[in-house]
Design a protein around this ligand. Structure first.
Ligand SMILES: [Zn+2]
Length: 573
């Protein structure tokens, strides 16, 4: 959601510090004896594109020539995949892909939520017991792990159940993406913070990543310029996206120079913001991933290895410029090339057909409201401070003392201690408060927590989606559903936004994402059944011969190549 994005946006765009903590390195596990497991993939690769709408494939595939094109044409393409829940945010989507369950089960309800015990906001990965570690002297703060994830990830189960060496490695710009993809334990979980590569002591550090971080500091991209990679006539829509908000010192049209504020010669905060909002960051992650494949010999050990990569830049580009921008189209043109290179690398190092790839996204995105308004549609911005003001104003009439609201995080309203219990026994005040919230522009519906606890019995698709996101200890007391095409903003009315658009609602533009499976055991083709990203982990588990504990997802059996798999195991004793 937009407010959370801004919070993290600020946190990531800082220059590296001068005083370096010592990085503890651990030895790389030697690759164990050659495969003794027949009829199974040697490597499972999960690629998540942060903020990729399902319709980008239909709209933009004519611009692609490499990796994305290959996945669409040679893989199993699920065209009607959508999240079944309302909380379409990054941490939630990654947790769903990695566990095969929905937030009501895995417990990750948002990127950040109000913690009722400490009466503070907490991020989905914040772990007071853990301590992060920076590579090549990168300054770190806090500790991040998957301890709030209530079920094991697929990768956790793979390590536990295989009985042979399984290496688990994940990369992203975002801690929540790298961590949720990997799960509770892993060999290397790496993200970007303060201008460098970072991990947590729970996962430990790797010497090859330290070497990579020293040899390829992000600041090497300082001074590069992001230009259009295709002739101008190849892009859809207008060059200048209506309502877009360019990040840190950039214009709304190409070229986009990576020079920060442009004043001096040192990479500044603006440079790191620009870098993360550019395809150069995707290329950087791809190179690091290829080095990991080589250095760890992924796919060459005795077990099934797991490699997860989450590309974050499409999300930053989408938040700024929106889903119809030339910037988002060019980001995918370049990601297509990066993915092509990564797949070719895997063909060479692991062997074509020996690895299994799943590509999906953590959420989609809503069009920029000002852009959507041009169609005549009811679109706009729902200002959260306005909701809070209305609640306080209304409850004051019933002799409640302000502040009654502790926090509104995304679209979850958390009341101060005991206020919600009091309201439940005060039906007149409760309905007055709910009516007041409904009067705020952009609010479609308000659900009470107790409306959402009976998940299977619920009928309305929106209510079902809200219920699938609901986790009692962490979700709000009242849940706001915005109207379609309304952007929920944590900023006050009458003040310019510092981003163009966002996501986090129970509507199809946020819920629909691609699912593409390719490689070992997969029957290529186009599939039209309604599926969800929670089906990815059960499908991977079936192909790897392991069992997951949860039931929310199902095996995408329609896309499994039964004959090919059995023929392979017969010739591979
Ligand atoms: Zn986002």
């Amino acid at each position: 959601m937009a407010g959370i994005f801004v919070l993290v946006h600020g946190a990531r765009a800082q220059a590296p510090a001068k005083n370096f903590p010592t990085v503890q390195t651990k030895a790389i596990k030697p690759a164990t004896k050659p495969a003794s497991i027949s009829g199974r993939p040697k490597l499972v690769v999960v690629i998540v594109v942060d903020q990729m709408r399902a319709d980008y494939i239909e709209k933009f595939r004519g611009q692609w020539t490499s990796g994305l094109k290959r996945l669409v044409e040679q893989g199993a393409w699920f065209k009607e995949a959508a999240y079944p829940y309302a909380a379409t945010e990054t941490c939630v989507g990654h947790a769903t892909i990695s566990t095969g369950s929905v937030p009501a089960t895995h417990g990750i309800v948002a990127n950040a939520w109000w913690d009722r015990d400490s009466q503070k906001m907490t991020t989905c990965t914040a772990d007071p017991q853990a301590k992060n570690a920076g590579y090549a002297g990168t300054k770190v703060k806090d500790g991040d792990t998957a301890w709030r994830l209530r079920v094991p990830a697929f990768a956790d189960e793979l390590r536990f159940q295989m009985g042979a060496a399984t290496r688990v490695v994940t990369f992203s710009l975002k801690a929540r993406a790298a961590i949720m993809l990997a799960g509770h334990k892993a060999d290397a979980v790496t993200w970007v913070d303060n201008g460098g590569l970072v991990t947590s002591n729970v996962y430990g550090t790797m010497p090859f990543i330290e070497e990579f971080a020293k040899a390829h500091p992000i600041k090497q991209d300082y001074g590069k310029t992001w230009t259009l990679s295709l002739p101008r006539g190849k892009y859809l829509y207008d060059e200048k996206a209506t309502g877009a908000v360019a990040p840190s010192s950039w214009d709304l049209t190409f070229p986009h120079p990576l020079r920060g504020k442009g004043a001096g010669n040192d990479p500044d905060d603006d440079f790191y913001g620009q870098w993360a909002t550019s395809p150069f960051a995707d290329t950087y992650l791809t190179k690091l991933t290829e080095v990991a494949v080589d250095q760890l010999g992924l796919g060459k050990g005795g077990g099934i290895d797991f490699l997860g990569v989450s590309y974050s830049s499409p999300d930053y580009v989408g938040h700024s410029f929106g889903p119809r921008s030339w910037e988002i189209q060019d980001t995918y043109v370049r990601l297509d090339k990066d993915l092509g290179e990564l797949l070719t690398h895997l063909d060479t190092k692991v062997g074509t057909g020996n690895y299994l790839v799943a590509l999906s996204a953590d959420h989609g995105v809503v069009p920029v409201p000002e852009d959507m308004q041009q169609t005549g549609a009811d679109a706009g911005v729902l200002h959260v401070p306005e909701v809070q003001r209305k609640i306080e104003e209304t409850l004051a009439k019933f002799s409640y003392t302000a502040p009654t609201v502790a926090r509104i995080a995304s679209s979850d309203i958390y009341f101060s201690l005991s206020i919600y219990e009091k309201l439940k026994n005060d039906p007149v005040a409760m309905s007055a408060a709910i009516e007041a919230i409904r009067s705020v522009p952009g609010v479609a519906e308000v659900y009470r927590a107790e409306d959402l606890t009976d998940r299977p019995a619920t009928k309305s698709p929106i209510r079902a989606a809200e219920a699938a996101s609901y986790f009692a200890a962490r979700s709000g007391d009242l849940l706001i559903v915005p109207k379609p095409y309304w952007l929920v903003s944590s900023g006050p009315a009458g003040k310019a936004r510092d981003y163009g658009t966002g996501h986090g609602t129970p509507y199809y533009y946020d819920q629909r994402v691609p699912i593409l499976l390719m490689g070992w055991g997969i029957q290529p083709g186009e599939y039209f059944g309604e599926v969800t990203p929670a089906d990815i982990a059960p499908t991977l588990a079936a192909l790897c011969g392991i069992t997951l504990s949860t039931h929310d997802g199902r095996v995408l059996s329609e896309a499994l190549a039964r004959k090919a798999a059995s023929a392979k195991s017969a010739t591979n004793p």
